[in-house]
Design a protein around this ligand. Structure first.
Ligand code: C5P
Length: 222
């Protein structure tokens, strides 16, 4: 069996990371959360007070920033210049600004280069928005996960509740819808299904079903 590359794309909160982690786990592959990389830069930029509309400044900041995704007991840890920001990058302040940061060409070019380097050996499950279209256009398996905005907001709501965070469902729905819009309408590598990606609507599917479906596809192609 060869170590293939699996690209999982889709809109915010469609279950990409949960499913990607699960698939990586079963195959003993490396899981790469590219959204965490954009979040890490956003966290750093907010902390440094960088103008989030200034692509050049953000590109420069990224040059000085190391982002490490370290496998951990549950999922992965995210280190920015050695600082553990695993929790901080999920805060709403980062979430609400990340689509602004990720729209800049200077940022995307560098991120895509780093992501390709992480995937050179194969044996990876990478999730994001542009993996099948730009980062790994030759990935052996490409999946596009989608779900209704209502369902995605509800999933996020439950996830936050379990962490003791109370955000109104309506607010989560607005946040997700806005992020979808920004990610889909940006000029540089927008969120779009690759022609050769398999689309899975997860609205009424559980994590197990989705992961098993993907694992079966991997088996067929490997
Ligand atoms: O996957 P997650 O929701 O954590 O991604 C956060 C944000 O990072 C997305 O809303 C998008 O703006 C950006 N992103 C991206 N390209 C990727 C992954 C994430 O632009 N490959």
């Amino acid at each position: 069996k060869k170590n293939i590359r699996i690209a999982i794309d889709g809109p915010a909160a469609a279950g990409k990371s949960t499913v990607a982690k699960k698939v990586a786990d079963v195959l003993s592959y490396i899981y790469i959360d590219t959204g965490a990389m954009y979040r890490a830069l956003t966290y750093k930029a907010l902390k440094e007070g960088t103008d989030l509309h200034d692509g050049k400044a953000l590109g420069k900041l990224l040059q000085e920033t190391t982002i490490k995704l370290v496998p951990a007991e549950i999922g992965q840890k995210v280190l920015v210049n050695g600082e553990d920001v695993t929790e901080e990058i999920r805060y709403s302040n980062v979430t609400s600004h990340v689509s602004l940061v990720s729209q800049h060409r200077e940022v995307r070019e560098e991120m895509v280069q780093r992501q390709r380097e992480l995937a050179t050996e194969g044996g990876v499950v990478m999730d994001g928005r542009d993996i099948g279209t730009h980062v790994l256009p030759d990935a052996e398996v490409k999946i596009f996960l989608k779900a209704s905005v209502e369902e995605r907001a509800l999933r996020r709501y439950k996830e936050q509740q379990s962490k003791g965070i109370e955000t109104p469902l309506e607010k989560l729905k607005e946040e997700i819808a806005l992020r979808d819009k920004l990610d889909s309408e940006r000029e540089v590598s927008p969120l779009i299904k690759a022609d050769d990606a398999l689309e899975i609507d997860t609205t009424s599917m559980g994590i197990e079903d989705v992961s098993n479906l993907i694992l079966n596809i991997v088996k067929e192609r490997n």
